[in-house]
Design a binder for this molecule. Structure first.
Ligand code: ZN
Ligand code: ZN
Length: 470
């Protein structure tokens, strides 16, 4: 009888755990370890926080790349990352052709779409899906340059080796803040880069800066062109603009709490110019940034194919929603968050038009705390029912009645991809509609029970209805 793959995997896991119960013998065994056992042993050592074993495994890793990938550390564990970086070796070029350590790309980012190694994809050329394609210090660019040099040398009949060391890439996501541990990790990285200057490319892909407190000296060690995700908090708009000018390959930009006074005049115009140069941008998020009657200016420069737009607490007006409904982005958006904006205080038509436009692509819609009433919701319900790809709809903290909620449920059960609805506690459960009054838990329990029965009757128990995001 053939042993299935799952049973084999479990056996490997058991063998790895058993081996790790004695660290010195596990390290000793690495010399003889078959190639196929490296990945399961690495996963077990990572999850079990066996730092010494991890460091030695990185030293003798027999594949081109090593990714943390799906392994979840829950909280950032700098000890593990440092142990792995410590194991990273810069090897003489001659070493690469035969057997022995082959690691060239160490990827310490958590990435749900990434396998531990890409090496098995192709048997001829070492290949990694995550290798850097932008920096002049990347393996790709260095090897290109070396090849050009060696071509020249062949022409000139010289035969000395073209380079002493194999270039290596270290991929990280960085959070720059003023906590002691973060600072230690950053200076550890800096010294590693300095020791291996010209051979080790520190490739930062995700950068989060706590602007108020951060010591930004690390940035001079980074090629800012490699960064694809940037998150900044409480930064002045002119400072953000100076970063954007260098981070031209950004995929995702997230800014929060930008001081109001910095969002005007020449500052704002320069920001728009650089924002318009981010041709790869797919996700754009502003949180608590005053945009009232200005959204059209942003939409004019943002790429039309933008798929994610988050604008909570941005003081959006009806004019802004009209601009959004007329924008080229409206027919592409997949994730839209307009929470905490009073966009329904006067008229709902602009939003209704917007919803019709996005209905072909929208997967997530958030409208929490938008002062949305029964009459608004019933008016936009037909457009909402057309959003056939919708997976998550969140509209908590809006003054909605129970009859409206049940009518909504009946409409939404036809959306087969919709799996999670976060709904407001209906107004009759409060002493006052403004959510300030006491919440009657008994009434809320009755609401929950009634919705549950309705979902069962509609055979949509796969759809989760909750009053909070969990
Ligand atoms: Zn790879
Ligand atoms: Zn890079």
């Amino acid at each position: 009888m053939k042993m299935d793959q799952k049973a084999t995997a479990t056996l490997l896991e058991l063998a790895a755990k058993c081996l790790l119960s004695n660290e010195p013998s596990a390290i000793h065994a690495l010399e003889e370890l078959p190639r196929d056992l490296f990945v399961p042993l690495f996963i077990a050592a990572f999850l079990g926080r066996h730092m010494k074993v991890l460091k030695e495994m990185v030293k003798v890793w027999p594949f081109h790349c090593l990714h943390i990938g799906t392994l979840n550390t829950e909280e950032t564990c700098y000890e593990i990352l440092e142990a792995m970086i410590d194991g990273l070796q810069i090897l003489p070029a001659q070493n690469s052709s035969t057997w022995g350590p082959k690691l060239r790309i160490l990827d310490l980012r958590q990435d749900p779409d990434c396998e531990t190694t890409c090496s098995e994809v192709t048997t001829t050329l070492p290949f990694c899906f995550q290798s850097c394609v932008y920096s002049q210090q990347s393996i790709l660019k260095i090897e290109e340059a070396q090849q050009n040099v060696s071509c020249l040398k062949i022409i000139n009949s010289e035969s000395e080796p073209h380079s002493a060391w194999e270039p290596v890439e270290l991929l990280v996501d960085l959070f720059i803040s003023d906590t002691l541990r973060t600072k230690q990790f950053i200076s550890f990285l800096q010294s590693k880069v300095e020791q291996n200057f010209g051979t080790l490319h520190l490739c930062c892909r995700g950068l989060k800066i706590d602007t108020i407190s951060a010591d930004k000296s690390i940035l001079q060690f980074l090629d800012l062109g490699c960064i694809d995700h940037l998150e900044m908090d409480q930064a002045d708009l002119s400072e953000i603009t100076s970063f954007l000018a260098q981070m031209i390959h950004l995929n995702s930009l997230s800014l929060s709490d930008i001081p109001f006074k910095s969002c005007k005049g020449i500052n704002f115009r320069t920001f728009l110019i650089w924002l318009g140069k981010l041709k790869n941008l797919q996700e754009f998020s502003l949180f608590s940034v005053c945009l009232k009657n200005q959204l059209h200016k942003l939409l004019r420069v943002l790429p039309p194919e933008l798929d994610t737009l988050y604008l909570p607490y941005c003081g959006l007006s009806n004019r802004d929603i009209t601009a959004l409904s007329q924008s080229s982005q409206a027919t592409h958006l997949m994730l839209l968050n307009l929470s905490d904006n009073q966009i329904f205080s006067e008229v709902y038509e602009p939003f209704q038009i917007l919803l019709e436009k996005v209905s072909g692509t929208l997967k997530l819609l958030e409208l929490n705390n938008c002062l949305m009433t029964d009459s608004v919701l019933s008016a936009v319900l037909p457009a909402l029912s057309h959003c056939s790809h919708l997976r998550v709809f969140s509209f908590a903290s809006n003054p909605i009645s129970m009859p409206m909620l049940t009518s909504l449920l009946q409409h939404l059960t036809s959306l087969m991809e919709l799996k999670h609805v976060i709904y407001p506690v209906p107004i009759h459960c409060y002493e006052h509609w403004d959510f300030q009054g006491r919440l009657d838990q008994q009434k809320l329990a009755e609401v929950q029970a009634q919705l549950k029965v309705m979902l069962k009757t509609a055979q949509r128990e796969d759809m989760k209805w909750t009053t909070s995001p969990q």
